[in-house]
Ligand binder design. Structure first.
Ligand code: ZN
Length: 372
């Protein structure tokens, strides 16, 4: 029926509930991965119990990924950054943070927290196995048919967590190791340059993996290599874009496209000004000349639609507007204006109105990356 429905279905996620008021979601594409269970069961002549244990193992590994993401979210929370949601997909978990702190030490703390959770799980499970059992690990028959042996089952869970720990520390975006490397470099140089170097190191590692995949005929390695290469490249592009956007300040983007009017002005006068001199945004001030709110085009339209009953300005005025500082950069304005879905941003300079920015104006500047 509608054009986006196919795309929406492609992006469909299942809610797993909330934990610490963070919604957990599962991407549908992870479900076919469970098809590996009947396939392995058939290949290894596994019993029903063993097959169910394999399913349990997969769920527990998925749970470990979830706890890994919760580690990131927890560290972010301590630093005052909220987490939108946590998504589990076949390429791993993603904790979507409200924003990534740019302070290197903070980015480092958030990035390292995830892998440390897996190291902790590994230690908690593996330590007693290694210390309390006299079974020689080497002598265990590591086949799927021995899943019912607690030591085999727990060891596999421990090893999975150790692999998650190591894999995430690979210094390439989008792995946590890439962020840790960038944070380390950014503590010594500009973030923009640090990202460039971290991205390059990631690309070299990815290229090496691609080549190894070809040499050892492991197409999956090559695929992962291509994926990591593209992600490393994207992270660098985004950072360079961000850096470019950051160069524009509110003082340079804002316009004087507004008119100051008093609260007692009749609304009809505003509508007339809108038609005669194309005024769009009105800053409404009280007797003491303090800003009490704004009137923006949509409100004018609404007022005109019911023109037989036009009320005084006071009954239309709204305080739905963003306030930014002359020193704020494009991204900060974006957060305050577009993300918060505000019709107008007032640019303030020492408590005085300096100018206004309309959403379209900001999007234009961001799109063209230049100030007209
Ligand atoms: Zn992580």
């Amino acid at each position: 029926m509608n054009k986006t429905s196919a795309l929406q279905r492609l992006n469909h996620t299942f809610s797993l509930g909330t934990l610490f008021s963070i919604p957990f979601k599962l991407h549908w594409s992870i479900i076919p991965f469970f098809a590996i269970i009947p396939w392995m069961a058939y290949r290894n002549h596994m019993s029903m119990t063993e097959s169910l244990l394999l399913l349990l193992l997969m769920i527990l590994v998925l749970g470990s990924v979830l706890l890994h993401e919760l580690g990131h979210a927890g560290a972010a929370n301590i630093l005052g950054v909220k987490t939108h949601d946590i998504l589990l997909s076949p390429i791993g978990g993603i904790a979507r943070l409200e924003k990534m702190p740019e302070e290197p030490i903070e980015e480092f703390k958030i990035a390292i927290a995830g892998p440390l959770v897996n190291l902790l799980i590994f230690t908690v499970i593996a330590a007693p196995i290694l210390l309390l059992t006299y079974i020689d690990i080497v002598e265990i028959d590591w086949t799927m048919n021995n899943l019912a042996q607690p030591i085999v089952f727990l060891s596999l869970l421990a090893i999975s967590n150790f692999i998650l720990f190591l894999f995430n520390l690979v210094p390439a975006f989008p792995m946590d190791g890439g962020r840790i490397l960038r944070a380390f470099l950014a503590s010594r140089m500009a973030r923009q340059k640090a990202t460039k170097i971290a991205s390059l190191i990631g690309k070299v590692l990815a290229a090496a993996l691609m080549i190894l995949g070809v040499v050892y005929m492991r197409p999956i390695w090559t695929l992962i290599g291509i994926f990591v290469f593209l992600m490393a490249d994207m992270e660098n592009r985004q950072e360079q874009e961000t850096h470019k956007l950051r160069q524009f300040l509110a003082s340079a983007i804002c316009t004087q496209d507004y008119k100051d009017v008093k609260l007692y002005t009749p609304m009809l006068e505003l509508i007339q000004m809108h038609f005669s001199s194309d005024e769009r945004n009105f800053i409404i001030r009280d007797q003491q000349n303090k800003i009490t709110g704004i009137i923006y085009p949509a409100i004018l339209d609404d007022a005109m639609r019911i023109k037989e009953n036009i009320q005084p300005v006071a009954s239309y005025v709204t305080n739905r507007y963003a306030i930014v500082n002359v020193q704020d950069d494009t991204l900060q304005i974006y957060d305050a204006l577009i993300k918060a879905d505000m019709p107008l941003a007032l640019v303030m300079d020492y408590g005085e109105l300096y100018g206004v920015i309309e959403p379209d104006r900001l999007l234009d500047v961001m799109r063209n990356k230049e100030i007209a």
